[in-house]
Ligand binder design. Structure first.
Ligand code: ADP
Ligand code: GN1
Ligand code: MG
Length: 356
């Protein structure tokens, strides 16, 4: 790692470099230098992101745009240049690395938090979307093509089922049935986007609670991170991805499904924060589709975990052999619970936004 770090403009002598955080895609390390400074070093997953150059261009553009209107350096991710002035390096082995300033005195939640904190995360993700609402989306590359195209996620599931490289398909018949019985509905927002009913705007696309850092002293949301998937997308998907992770009563990989439910209190808190922070930029139809975004992002995420399990765990990091299957099961349990609570879920939106 020392050779890699030497290629970046970091200050001081490296005294520690260790695995950090629980992201499912990149390999993240915390780096400590002497005199004391900290950095985040990441090996970018080329399985997830085929065009690292385009990805890094997106991040430079977006962080530059956000920083232009922000005085506090802790509020926007800061890329550390490599010694030739670029934003990333490629090793002889073909691995790509980048370095960020470590956002100091911050807290990151790896599992659902309390309602007040969840509300604050909604304000942060909503603000993020609002601040980028004037950003020219045509400047951004699609870092993962059809990332939240649920129809193509189903096509990938079918492809994995056809190949079934480890013979896992027979183990997951119940999950496959669950997914396939909802396939038509899963594509509704893709169709609404294709027909122009839903606008594509610059969105984050990976609004999991652990992709926002909070101020350790005040508890306020500080910095939206993990900008790899910032590209044109749907507001309802950003809303929905947060709900599927943060409004669950249990961790994303909880094994005891009796513990997994969708919390209406958490849902309400997030909806309030999201509408407060970005409501005025959203069209009526975008607001009306927020509950559907929650359900479909949860379904899509379950389908993606299932696809990866059948494919032999090639995309997400896992800590145990059935990790992806466990994750898939919690997502499908949440979908089922949302279906049961659908009247209440839509009712909460109507209370806050009577036109819905
Ligand atoms: P992944 O794409 O694998 O999810 P992230 O960019 O989200 O990678 O980083 C993984 C984790 O590392 C985050 O959830 C967070 O805990 C931590 N992290 C990332 N960037 C920073 C930063 N600049 N300062 C402090 N912690 C960070
Ligand atoms: C991944 O990278 P991370 O852990 O923040 C994934 C998201 C999934 C999420 C499920 C680029 O997010 O799309 O919703 O795992 N990111 C990518 O926890 O695929
Ligand atoms: Mg992340």
């Amino acid at each position: 790692m020392r050779d890699i770090l030497e290629r970046f403009e970091i200050e001081g002598r490296v005294v520690l470099c260790e695995h950090y955080g629980s992201g499912h895609v990149n390999d993240t390390y915390m780096v400590v230098t002497q005199p004391r400074r900290r950095y985040i070093l990441q090996r970018i997953s080329t399985r997830a992101f085929p065009d690292v150059e385009a990805l890094m261009r997106n991040i430079s553009l977006v962080t530059g745009w956000l920083r232009a209107n922000e005085k506090d350096p802790r509020r926007v991710l800061n890329l550390i240049p490599e010694r030739n002035g670029g934003t990333f390096i490629k090793t002889r082995e073909g691995d790509y690395y980048r370095v960020y300033d470590f956002v100091e005195d911050s807290v990151c939640f790896q599992a659902p938090c309390d309602e007040k904190t969840f509300y604050k995360s909604a304000v942060a993700f909503g603000d993020f979307q609002r601040r980028l609402s004037d950003f020219d989306a045509s400047l951004l590359s699609e870092t993962i093509p059809r990332f939240h195209n649920t129809r193509s996620r189903y096509a990938q599931l079918r492809e994995a089922m056809k190949k079934d490289p480890l013979g896992r398909l027979r183990e997951v018949a119940e999950q496959v049935d669950f997914a396939l019985s909802r396939e038509e509905e899963a594509g509704v927002m893709v169709d609404m986007t294709d027909s122009g009913e839903l606008p594509r705007r610059v969105t984050h696309n990976d609004t999991k609670l652990n992709n926002v850092l909070f101020d350790a002293a005040t508890g306020d949301a500080l910095c939206v991170i993990d900008l790899d998937t910032v590209m044109p997308g749907l507001a309802a998907n950003d809303f929905g991805d947060s709900i599927r992770f943060g409004a669950s009563t249990a961790a994303e990989d909880e094994k005891n499904l009796d513990r997994v439910e969708m919390s209406l209190g958490m849902y309400r808190a997030y909806l309030e924060g999201f509408l407060f922070s970005c409501g005025d930029i959203l069209t009526d139809i975008e607001k009306q589709t927020l509950p559907l975004g929650a359900k479909l992002m949860t379904l899509e995420c379950g389908v993606r975990f299932l696809t990866d399990y059948i494919s032999g765990d090639v995309y997400y990091h896992i800590d145990r052999p059935e990790h992806n299957l466990d994750r898939c099961k919690t997502q499908f349990k949440l979908v089922l619970d949302m279906e049961r609570k659908w009247d209440m879920i839509s009712g909460i939106l109507k209370e806050m936004y009577p036109k819905a």
